[in-house]
Design a protein. Structure first.
Length: 294
């Protein structure tokens, strides 16, 4: 990419208590934390129930039950749910946060070298698919209530399992260079993202979205391109195609044309063209590939 400009995320402060080495957030709710954000801690997330989509930098991909996400420090990201695609249900996610800097002496122990190598040499954030992640569920579920040696043992067991399965990781590249925190821009971008996620099924004009953050259409286009490395139309189309993929995979529609209309496209022809551009395969080829996997 020719430019170093980017979307500005909100800085999220992990509420670690005192000298706590490993902080756990166990969230059961109707939705994920609804802000595009980043933080200085390493994050390991287990999707215990529910699902939706995951945005990392300029990439959007599905997040499904029983998957594990390894998110590098400072990688801007957001999980989100769309009940128009997935059946309404509660989300249960377990996040494990830890600071590589704070735990440097811990990872320097001889016994921790394989684990240290995994976290310190990770080239990108990662996804561990369901078939390899399911055995970790019994380790994640009690993390928020365990304490002392019991909690530490489970964390090390999680680390050990991740090392054993690192050949099965799927890389999630953000497509972004390092960025500095700027909450003012982050709040504006979050407003745009939230509106797009809630309204992608209808026509969204540049005039409408620019007014939302009090910019002229021209200023908005420059602002959005500067912070995301893409146009708003491209970003909106990616959200729509992500939704279409989930509809097609979950057999929620009877035809490709119906998928197009449910995801905000006015014609099937336009949908097919955008789908091919984003996914590099046609909708029919996408369906066939997932049918073979099933």
């Amino acid at each position: 990419m020719k430019t170093s400009e980017h979307r500005k995320p909100i800085e999220f402060t992990v509420p670690v208590r005192g000298d706590e080495a490993f902080y756990v957030m166990d969230n059961t709710d109707t939705n994920f934390y609804a802000y595009y954000h980043r933080h200085r801690e390493f994050q390991i997330t287990y999707i215990a129930a529910g699902g939706g989509a995951f945005m990392l930098g300029n990439l959007i991909r599905p997040c499904l039950e029983n998957q594990v996400f390894l998110i590098k420090p400072n990688d801007p990201h957001m999980f989100f749910k769309d009940e128009r695609i997935m059946a309404p249900s509660q989300i249960h996610v377990i996040h494990l946060f830890f600071s590589l800097e704070k735990l440097h002496p811990f990872f320097d122990m001889t016994e921790m070298q394989a684990i240290k190598s995994l976290f310190y040499n990770l080239d990108a954030s990662k996804l561990l698919p369901e078939q390899f992640a399911v055995p970790l569920k019994e380790l994640f579920l009690p993390l928020s209530t365990d304490g002392g040696p019991s909690k530490l043992i489970k964390v090390i067991q999680i680390f050990k399992a991740l090392v054993a399965h690192q050949d099965h990781f799927i890389s999630i590249y953000s497509g972004l260079n390092k960025v500095n925190f700027q909450d003012a821009d982050g709040l504006r971008i979050n407003t745009v993202i939230k509106y797009a996620l809630e309204n992608y099924k209808k026509t969204i004009s540049i005039e409408e979205i620019s007014a939302l953050i009090h910019l002229t259409p021209t200023a908005f286009c420059k602002f959005f391109k500067k912070h995301t490395q893409k146009t708003f139309v491209s970003f909106l189309n990616e959200i729509r195609i992500e939704s279409a993929c989930q509809l097609l995979v979950n057999n929620k529609v009877e035809s490709i044309a119906e998928t197009a209309y449910q995801c905000g496209f006015n014609t099937a022809v336009h949908f097919n063209r955008v789908f091919l551009h984003v996914m590099k395969v046609s909708p029919k080829e996408f369906i066939a590939a997932h049918t073979r996997r099933g």
